[in-house]
Structure formats: C-alpha cells, structure tokens
Write a protein of this length. Structure first.
Length: 198
C-alpha cells in the first residue's frame, strides 16, 4: 500500500484586519486619506504614468514636492470610492488604467506647469485631467491651467496696477510743487530786481 503524502495547509493570512462592516482597515484608511486630499487640496491632477521609469517617477515626485505637491499612485477602485465620497463622481471616468494623483498644496498653476514641463521631457507622462476649486477639467482644461500665470506673477501685476496710479499722482504733485517753487523763485527774483530799481 502506497502512502500518500499530505502537504500542510497554507497559513497565509487572508486580507488583514477588518472593520465591523467587513472592510479591510488599510483600505478604509486609504479611502479616507484620498477623500481628504480630494477635498482639501488646492488642485488635483490625474496623470497616467505608464511607461515612466522608476528614476523618472522619483524625479517627478521630487520636482513636485519642491512646489508643495504630493504625487501618489492610487488604486483606481479606492480612488473612485474616495471621489464619490468627496462629491466628485464625474471624476471616476478618468480613473482608468495606471493613475497617479498630484495633490497641489500650494499654487495649482505652478504644479500644473511642473507636470507640463516634465511631460515634455518624458512624453510617457499624460495629464488626463484636473480638479480645481470644485470644477473637473479634462485633459485640454488641465493644459490650460498650466498656461495660466502663477499666483505670484498675478499678484505682482496687480500690485503694479495699483502702484502706477499712485506713482502718477505723486509725479503730478511733485511737478506742481516744482512749478510752484519755480514761480516763487522767479517772483522772488522779480521782487529783488524791483527792490534794486527802487
């Protein structure tokens, strides 16, 4: 009689810790994190990163981090749930394929420009769309955001617009005072000349 050999059953832990309603804790935390980022970021840019090397991804993350933007690869299922919870259900259509999200913490235009410039160097990076101030933009809209001027440039132009009229007013007063001074000087000279004649 041949003996059959039995193999030990797998002791693999399936799924990890669960919540009361049966969801995995790590996934619930990931959805909460993504929902928070979708609602509290200045802007969110959806990108497809298929074809980028690990080095390119690291370079992109570093460049975006300098601008106050966090670049995260997200599971589409979890990102869809987060988008629905955040009230951006229309965003779910863009969550197809390998998607990474760029969460802008500072100036959204600067983040868009950084992504656009990087896409020129690495054409594998595709900006699929954006979410800014509660409005969802497609790929063309995201490119338009990158073509805007940054907040700093717009503030400098606004300050210039305010300073120009003030500067012009100051110049008018200065010219008036100079003219008045010239009139007084010539009047003084005239008085002095008439005093010498008398």
């Amino acid at each position: 009689m041949a003996r059959t050999r039995s193999f030990p059953k797998s002791q693999k832990k399936l799924g990890g810790a669960k919540t009361e309603d049966g969801h995995r804790v790590d996934k619930v935390e990931a959805v909460a994190y993504l929902t928070d980022k979708l609602t509290n970021s200045t802007a969110v840019f959806l990108t497809e990163y298929r074809g980028l090397t690990v080095h390119e991804l690291k370079e992109l993350r570093t460049g975006l981090a300098k601008q106050g933007t966090e670049y995260k690869v997200a599971k589409n299922t979890l990102a869809r749930i987060a988008a629905k919870q955040a009230g951006f259900e229309d965003l779910t259509a863009m969550l197809e394929g390998p998607v990474a999200l760029a969460f802008a913490g500072g100036d959204a235009v600067v983040a868009a420009k950084e992504l656009s410039e990087f896409a020129k160097k690495a054409p594998a990076l595709v900006v699929k769309g954006a979410l800014m101030e509660g409005v969802i933009y497609d790929e063309a809209g995201a490119k338009r955001i990158a073509s805007l001027e940054s907040r700093e440039v717009m503030l400098a132009k606004a300050a210039g617009m305010f300073i120009t009229p003030i500067q012009q007013t100051a110049n008018v007063f200065a010219a008036t005072l100079n003219n008045f001074g010239a009139v007084l000087a010539s009047y003084k000279d005239k008085l002095a000349a008439s005093g010498d004649a008398a």
